[in-house]
Design a protein around this ligand. Structure first.
Ligand SMILES: CC(C)(COP(=O)(O)OP(=O)(O)OC[C@H]1O[C@@H](n2cnc3c(N)ncnc32)[C@H](O)[C@@H]1OP(=O)(O)O)[C@@H](O)C(=O)NCCC(=O)NCCS
Length: 167
């Protein structure tokens, strides 16, 4: 198996900072997940999830990272790499932002930085799996040079698999 460099965990863009999870992110992370409309996890549950994310990162060398706006200093969501439906060799890019932060190009800006971080690990390909209904997310990926590969069908609908080769 090929080994890859650990992904950089501090990324900066013009408007955003991506950095490792802190326990103090729990309340905001909880509020973000509540926006999915499937109930509100307890802060205790989220603290456990954060600890699990950090443990997973210690073994995999890839991470989801909280996104903070530079000027406002607020947590607006996360972006990063996960194994997801793919593999550690060719991981998936993933992101989720608070509704109040949508439509300002933040996901694209954060995902570009994560793409560069993936290149820095030495990886050659990334994937993303997106609900066929999710036009905003498909737009973000297209802006980043991802191309549609195939579609799979899951219990809750069609999933588009997009991929991008890395230089
Ligand atoms: C997907 C998501 C991260 C996008 O965040 P964002 O910061 O608003 O994204 P950006 O502003 O960088 O880009 C969104 C693009 O989609 C476009 N878009 C948004 N809503 C759209 C719609 N209903 N129809 C068509 N295009 C749309 C925007 O115009 C923009 O494209 P443009 O730059 O060409 O104008 C955000 O919607 C989100 O968090 N959704 C919930 C979680 C989620 O779906 N995560 C992805 C799972 S795969």
């Amino acid at each position: 198996m090929t080994t890859y460099e650990t992904m950089p965990f501090h990324l900066e863009t013009e408007r955003l900072i991506l950095r490792p999870w802190a326990e103090s992110d729990a309340a905001e992370f909880c509020a973000l997940l509540s926006e999915r409309g499937k109930g509100t996890p307890t802060v205790e549950h989220i603290r456990t999830s954060i600890a699990e994310l950090l443990t997973a990162t210690a073994t995999t060398g890839i991470a989801l990272l909280p996104i903070q706006r530079r000027d406002e200093g607020d947590f607006i969501g996360y972006c990063g790499l996960i194994t997801g439906r793919s593999t550690l060799e060719e991981p998936e890019i993933a992101y989720e932002l608070f509704q109040r932060a949508h439509g300002r190009g933040y996901a694209t800006e954060a995902a570009r930085a994560v793409l560069d971080a993936a290149i820095a690990t030495g990886r050659k390909r990334l994937w993303s799996t997106v609900g066929a209904w999710n036009t905003p997310s498909l737009h973000v990926l297209e802006k980043l040079g991802f191309e549609r590969d195939h579609v799979s069908t899951e219990d809750n609908g069609e999933v588009v698999w997009l991929t991008r080769s890395l230089p």
